[in-house]
Design a binder for this molecule. Structure first.
Ligand SMILES: Cc1cc2nc3c(=O)[nH]c(=O)nc-3n(C[C@H](O)[C@H](O)[C@H](O)COP(=O)(O)O)c2cc1C
Length: 197
């Protein structure tokens, strides 16, 4: 890497340094409107880390809720579920790390989500093009510009099965090429909210 590019890259990156801009919150205290958050605002899904590489893509399909229990039956796990088509470069990072983050960006970054959602990280640095700043947090990455970040460990992943659909029209409309999404159920292990100014 050229020295000036390297310096610029280092300047633009944060290593957990973003944390003082965020406060950690209990997933029980999440105040979100999931249908709006995924369906209309969209989210950035990131996977990977600084050392081994990372990528991000836009998602509009997802759910937040609870699933399964660990140790006690009252301990219902907070989860985020998302759906990733096999062609997405980001999928290779989720499968390698078994983790991902979901970043909710303020409205002024909608254009950035358009870029993350229309170009592949295989073809260039779309994160820089989108003007987003990666923050590295252990084995995970999020964006400094986020107003909410959900850190998720994959508990379960499997491709959707054609025979599971009761409404056949959905298959023909969404999967003319039969490239079914892989469903990832991630335990929300940490949540950050941007501190008020
Ligand atoms: C609004 C919007 C929502 C999207 N939602 C999803 C989604 O839920 N799942 C998915 O696999 N792709 C979704 N995409 C497509 C990916 O974001 C897109 O293919 C992206 O370029 C993949 O990048 P990558 O190859 O760098 O991983 C969406 C795109 C947009 C613009």
């Amino acid at each position: 890497m050229k020295e000036d590019t390297k310096q610029q890259t280092m300047k633009d990156r944060y290593r957990n340094g973003g944390m003082n801009m965020f406060e950690q919150l209990d997933s029980k205290d999440l105040q979100i409107k999931p249908v709006e958050m995924f369906g209309s605002d969209w989210m950035a899904l990131t996977a990977g880390n600084e050392e081994e590489g990372y990528n991000a893509m836009t998602i509009a399909w997802g759910q937040i809720g609870t699933l399964w229990e660990r140790e006690t039956h009252a301990n219902r796990l907070p989860v985020a579920t998302c759906f990733v088509r096999p062609s997405r470069y980001t999928k290779t990072f989720i499968d390698r790390e078994k983790s991902f983050t979901l970043c909710l960006l303020p409205k002024e970054h909608k254009k950035a989500l358009g870029i993350l959602g229309s170009r592949s990280g295989r073809d260039g640095n779309k994160i820089a093009e989108a003007g987003l700043t990666p923050v590295f947090d252990g084995k995970m990455t999020y964006f400094k510009e986020s107003e909410l970040v959900l850190f998720c460990h994959v508990l379960y992943h499997a491709p959707l099965l054609e025979e599971g659909f009761t409404d056949r029209d959905l298959v023909d409309f969404n999967y003319p090429k039969r490239d079914f999404h892989t469903m990832y159920v991630g335990e929300i292990v940490k949540a950050y909210r941007k501190k008020a100014d």
